[in-house]
Design a protein around this ligand. Structure first.
Ligand SMILES: Cc1cc2nc3c(=O)[nH]c(=O)nc-3n(C[C@H](O)[C@H](O)[C@H](O)COP(=O)(O)O)c2cc1C
Length: 381
């Protein structure tokens, strides 16, 4: 009988000179556990090491601020200083040792900066926080409008502030390269700074950074600054909120147009997310399995653009069918990986690709294989 084709999920993929061993990317996920000065902590090592052990082809490290002011919370990772390079290196070399490629998402939180972690409310820091030693800081944005009712007003970025900030993105890219990172992702989604500049709902500027042409200018300048500081052979991803929500604000057509511009400037893949402006979700796409896959598909099929799909992709067949249907090139997994860091290895077993646990780290696989074969002796040794 003819063998079924091997699943695409476990086919390798090359982009520029980076080859990943499977199509599974751990989606960027902030854990807000940096040392106070944005340096990677032991918790970061443990967090990312588990995904490397778990067999992900690519691990995208969390939103990492290009300047201190651009942190979401005081616990965000940063790459605004050379001192932040060394603490990141053990994470990177461990991922490489386990056969994963590792990226980092560069970010600026804009008007959503200076807040508490989600499990402490995720709201802006205020005087009560200051009394507890957690000083709020001034946020910045395209206009003098809070990101949500009641939040502090951001300071409006002038053209020369923007030029400084664009340089900081470039400098952070150079530091990521020095640290040994394989791929960068620009965080252009979820209502943070770049996304606030892109959306007509939040960017009402009348200068060269506003209007239909000007709203994309910051994103393009950041890509140019990064490409000038990031090696030609290394890939660059851009996470986009492909729509602000259902029939509101930034649209799929806007994304298609921007994605083509970004590809011309040196971006290699669009990581397709959605929403995030403000703190309410009135126009959000309903959270059904694979709820954002159609956005990735639109960019891929209408623009011939390499894309990652993300959002409630949790099941092996679901992930595989997205690839087989040509809806995406990479599958990004977020909470499914929090729940099971060994998701890629378990999925490989589900597809009968690793019956004898040979692809697991041998320190685990040897025992698991014996257990599966019913050996008691090994358990007692
Ligand atoms: C704990 C956590 C932290 C997150 N942090 C980031 C982040 O740093 N950058 C980002 O673009 N998205 C972030 N996200 C969104 C995820 O990358 C992902 O897009 C989202 O969770 C949907 O995918 P999922 O259903 O597989 O979790 C985060 C999500 C979670 C659960």
């Amino acid at each position: 009988m003819k063998q079924p084709e091997p699943p695409l999920l476990f086919s390798s993929w090359q982009i520029r000179e980076m080859e990943i061993s499977n199509r599974i990317m751990i989606s960027p996920m902030c854990i807000y556990q940096a040392e106070i000065d944005g340096k990677a902590s032991e918790q970061h090592f443990a967090h990312y090491a588990q995904y490397a052990l778990g067999g992900a082809g690519l691990i995208m490290m969390e939103a990492t601020a290009v300047e201190a002011q651009g942190r979401i919370s005081a616990g965000d990772l940063g790459l605004w200083s050379d001192e932040q390079i060394a603490p990141m290196q053990p994470i990177i070399s461990y991922a490489h040792q386990q056969g994963s490629k590792i990226g980092i998402q560069l970010a600026h939180a804009g008007a959503k900066s200076s807040s508490s972690p989600p499990w402490e409310g995720g709201s802006f820091l205020d005087k009560t926080d200051a009394d507890k030693g957690r000083e709020p800081w001034q946020s910045v944005g395209p206009v003098d409008k809070p990101c949500a009712p009641g939040w502090p007003h951001p300071r409006v970025l002038s053209s020369s502030d923007i030029a400084d900030l664009v340089n900081k993105w470039g400098n952070a890219a150079a530091r990521a390269d020095a640290a040994g990172i394989d791929v960068l992702e620009i965080h252009g989604a979820h209502g943070y700074l770049i996304s606030e500049f892109l959306s007509p709902l939040t960017n009402t500027r009348t200068d060269e950074y506003g209007g239909d042409k000007g709203r994309v200018r910051l994103a393009c300048e950041i890509v140019e600054a990064i490409r000038a500081n990031w090696p030609e052979h290394k890939p660059l991803f851009f996470r986009m909120s492909v729509v602000d929500g259902i029939n509101v604000g930034w649209s799929i057509n806007d994304s298609l147009k921007l994605a083509k511009q970004l590809i011309d400037l040196g971006v290699d893949l669009i990581d397709c997310s959605s929403g995030g402006l403000g703190t309410k979700r009135e126009h959000a796409i309903p959270r059904v399995p694979g709820f954002q896959v159609f956005l990735a598909e639109a960019l891929k099929t209408q623009g011939n653009i390499p894309v990652a799909a993300v959002g409630l992709i949790t099941e092996p067949e679901q992930a595989e069918l997205i690839l087989q249907a040509g809806q995406a090139d990479l599958i990004a997994i977020g909470r499914a990986a929090l729940n099971d860091p060994y998701w890629p290895r378990h999925v490989a077993q589900h597809f009968d690709l690793d019956k004898n646990f040979e692809k697991w780290p041998p320190q685990y696989g040897w025992w698991l294989d014996r257990r599966a074969k019913g050996s008691l002796r090994a358990e007692n040794s």
